[in-house]
Design a protein around this ligand. Structure first.
Ligand code: GDP
Ligand code: MG
Length: 167
């Protein structure tokens, strides 16, 4: 439950290199504290944001490689790189696996690296049509320029609040 005292767990899934975490380039990960969560060899990061006068702590679970059904999370971000068509197909495949293990879990499809305009391999139309087909939302971000990333987090919070309201 989201109301879990303003704590939410976000699962990040996607092919390697799409921008789930990492380099100094990425403001949206930079400030985040990272730590190894136990023996599961899964990295998670915590970030506290202020939204509507409320502190919300988001735990990002990065790059889960094991059985998805073992994992507890509130929402899944399926991330691909707009400059890598293969990573888009992989995200589509991952979505089937998430749906199988967590049929009710909210999913948001995220096309990252929107700043690399000239090497784009996936159009907005393609990705958003695909998201519509599978009844999930679609967002384009640039972690490098910190573009649309806060809006994405806002959407995550809004989405979970509305799920909570519906019970
Ligand atoms: P991960 O393997 O999914 O965790 O990907 P990383 O977060 O390690 O990022 C892989 C590479 O993509 C790094 O060199 C990042 O600097 C770069 N990268 C990540 N996000 C963006 C972005 O929005 N724009 C650009 N141009 N590069 C990015
Ligand atoms: Mg990574």
């Amino acid at each position: 439950d989201w109301a879990n005292n303003g704590l939410i767990r976000v699962l990040l899934l996607g092919e390697s290199g799409v921008g789930k975490n990492g380099s100094d380039l990425c403001h949206y990960w930079k400030q985040w504290q990272s730590y190894l969560c136990g023996l599961r060899k899964c990295y998670s990061y915590e970030k506290t944001i202020l939204m509507d006068d409320e502190d919300i702590t988001i735990t990002f679970i990065d790059d889960w490689k094991k059985d998805l059904s073992l994992l507890t999370f509130d929402i899944c971000l399926l991330i691909f790189s707009l400059t890598d068509r293969q990573s888009f197909h992989y995200a589509v495949e991952l979505r089937l696996r998430v749906r199988e293990a967590h049929p009710q879990c909210p999913i948001i499809l995220v096309g990252n690296k929107s700043d690399l305009v000239r090497s784009r391999e996936v159009t907005y139309e393609d990705a958003s049509a695909n998201a519509t087909l599978f009844q999930c939302q679609y967002f384009e971000t640039s972690a490098a320029l910190d573009h649309n990333t806060f809006q994405l987090l806002e959407e995550v919070v809004k989405r979970l609040r509305s799920t909570e309201r519906m019970g």
